[in-house]
Design a protein around this ligand. Structure first.
Ligand SMILES: NCc1[nH]cc(CCC(=O)O)c1CC(=O)O
Length: 309
């Protein structure tokens, strides 16, 4: 029996466990000490976000609900690090905690799951689309004001089952999660020009105590720098816009072939009646500044009241 060296915390959904398995495998490959059987222990923690299944999370207090209990376990020393979907992370970590690494990002696009229908334009008039994400709702309604958007929560399997049972005609899910679950072919990816993804979508991050040098050293060995840079730009934009589940915000940064960073950002009115977009191009070292500038521009153009409407 080897001693446990690293206790990894995670939510208990199939996707969360799959992502945690990817982190464990990456660490075992990169850090010889962690390759021994039993060196990494995985602890499942139930979060408020998992417990609330009957209403949109925006009503219950926002996206931090998927991380709160896990962060408490880290601060209390019950676990050493936690694996999260970056999309579910607030813009700042509580004092004493830090995001120390990212896995290489998956495809960031949303997937339309609507049986034979593979494009938003081809959904029948008045089709019922299930989603709880205001970002998806607003962008769908912007293109197709005739659609009926209804709340649909639950994990990926639950949502797919509700669609298959005809509770809704269509739903949108992140391709990243579907791919990691081996379900990439349930629908059709939608171009970012039609539905811009959520900030952080497709990225898996690992959080730990800021002063835990040993864990930070191990996590540094698997950190994917390009993903970290792109997400930093997106989160800088989100922080300016004061992103919460109540405000439809989308954003995505990529590194281009010449070593620069390209960021797209979007805010929308919840009913889709207005959408504002912006873009920034610049040097990688300016990632956060580009993000802040994009956020400031959207905020200024939206004016007071835009995001509260
Ligand atoms: N809000 C839930 C959530 N958080 C992360 C993912 C998928 C994986 C990812 O985007 O990285 C999902 C489900 C979904 O939107 O389909």
């Amino acid at each position: 029996m080897t001693a446990t060296l690293l206790r990894l915390g995670t939510r208990g959904s199939k996707l969360a466990l799959t992502q945690t398995g990817l982190v464990r495998d990456a660490l075992a490959k990169a850090v010889p000490a962690l390759a021994a059987p039993g060196a990494i222990e995985i602890t499942v923690i139930r979060t408020t976000g998992d417990a609330i299944q009957d209403r949109p999370l925006a009503e219950a207090g926002g996206k931090g609900l998927f991380v709160k209990e896990i962060e408490e376990a880290m601060l209390g020393g019950r676990i050493d690090a936690a694996v999260h979907s970056m999309k579910d992370m607030p813009t700042a970590q509580p004092p004493g905690l830090a995001i120390a690494a990212f896995l290489p990002r998956e495809d960031v696009r949303d997937v339309l799951i609507a049986g034979e229908v593979r494009r938003i334009a081809d959904l029948k008039h008045g089709a019922i689309v299930g989603t709880s994400a205001l970002r998806r709702r607003a962008q769908l309604l912007h293109r197709r004001p005739d659609l009926q958007i209804v709340t649909l929560r639950g994990n990926v399997d639950t949502r797919l089952a509700k669609r298959a049972d005809g509770v809704v005609d269509a739903t949108l899910l992140a391709l990243a999660g579907l791919k990691r679950l081996g379900l990439a072919d349930v629908g059709a990816p939608i171009s970012e020009d039609e539905i811009l993804p959520a900030v952080g979508q497709g990225a898996v991050c690992i959080e730990c105590r800021a002063d835990d040098a040993r864990t930070r050293g191990w996590l540094a060995a698997i950190d994917h720098a390009a993903t970290a840079t792109c997400v930093a730009a997106e989160h800088a934009m989100l922080a300016v816009l004061d992103g919460s589940c109540r405000t439809p915000i989308a954003g995505h940064a990529v590194l281009d072939a010449t070593g620069g960073l390209h960021l797209r950002g979007l805010i929308a009115k919840p009913d889709g009646s207005e959408v504002l977009t912006t873009e920034r191009q610049g040097a990688i070292r300016d990632a956060e500044r580009l993000g802040r500038e994009a956020g400031e521009e959207l905020k200024r153009r939206g004016g007071p009241g835009f995001l509260e409407s």
